[in-house]
Ligand binder design. Structure first.
Ligand SMILES: Nc1ncnc2c1ncn2[C@@H]1O[C@H](COP(=O)(O)OP(=O)(O)OP(=O)(O)O)[C@@H](O)[C@H]1O
Ligand SMILES: [Mg+2]
Length: 244
């Protein structure tokens, strides 16, 4: 069953048409990955799903409900949480405060504590550093914190934007193992990656995105700097057989 469906969305940054008619679907319980080159529109797609950007046209459906254009906090409240590219932790707050903020929409104290224990089990390094200021964590630790914070909202679907970026190979392996664990414990995953090999090794389904240049020219014939990216995430490149 599809948990998330993105149907033919078009997204603009001002005059720049960043996403041209992307469609994709994410099956409940699985790991779906979007692989694409720089500027293909992967982050824009995730921001649009999580409500940070509004598509001009097209629809996004999550668990049977139309969430197109809904505010981001409502989408988080429905169980869809994004780990943005480049970690984005609250640098001046402690590890613990960052994690608590992840649960800000929740009131179920006991369950929050359970999830906190769970995050610390997945990421023992965060427990060791719970009182450390997040901005002083290493890049890999900040990635763990960003993932931990998203998990604190107890998402049904987690969107991960290039979690392996800039990490040493051993840590990349560790992060991918944790993504699998998160999925095994019941959270559906939509993973954006440039590390195609790693992403395909854990994904049930993958979309590939290409970038095409369409430099617009002014009357003098000079190329417009704001070249437009065109995305074709629509091509399914790999799918595991069912019941595997
Ligand atoms: N805030 C913005 N204003 C204008 N254009 C933007 C903005 N953000 C992204 N773009 C443009 O939209 C296109 C898609 O960008 P996006 O960040 O979604 O790509 P990406 O696939 O995530 O790339 P990367 O792999 O480098 O992270 C690019 O051409 C980019 O320059
Ligand atoms: Mg990106």
């Amino acid at each position: 069953m599809d948990m998330l469906t993105v149907d033919n969305i078009n997204v603009y940054y001002g005059a720049i048409h960043a996403i041209k008619g992307i469609s994709l679907s994410v099956e409940k319980g699985g790991i779906t990955t979007l692989i694409g080159s720089n500027g293909a529109g992967k982050s824009t797609t995730l921001h649009t799903i999580s409500g940070l950007l509004k598509p001009k046209t097209g629809t996004i459906t999550f668990e049977g409900q139309d969430i197109t254009g809904k505010p981001a906090h409502r989408i988080v409240g429905m169980g869809l949480s994004q780990v943005p590219e480049g970690r984005h932790v609250f640098a001046n707050m402690t590890v613990m405060e960052n994690l608590e903020l992840g649960a800000y929409l929740r009131t179920d104290k006991e369950e929050i504590n359970k999830d906190l224990t769970d995050v610390f089990t997945k990421f023992p390094r965060l427990l060791e550093r719970k009182d450390q200021i997040a901005g002083t964590l290493s890049g890999g630790e900040q990635q763990m914190l960003a993932m931990g914070r998203a998990l604190m909202s107890r998402p049904k679907l987690i969107l991960l934007d290039e979690p392996s970026m800039g990490l040493a190979p051993l840590l990349v392996q560790e992060i991918f193992n944790i993504i699998k664990e998160i999925n095994d414990s019941g959270t559906t995953v939509l993973l954006v990656e440039q590390n195609a090999r790693m992403a395909l090794s854990i994904a049930d389904k993958a979309y590939v995105g290409n970038r095409e240049h369409h430099p617009r020219r002014d009357r003098q014939g000079t190329a417009d700097k704001r070249s437009r990216a065109e995305s074709v995430f629509g091509r399914l490149i790999r799918k595991r057989p069912e019941n595997n």
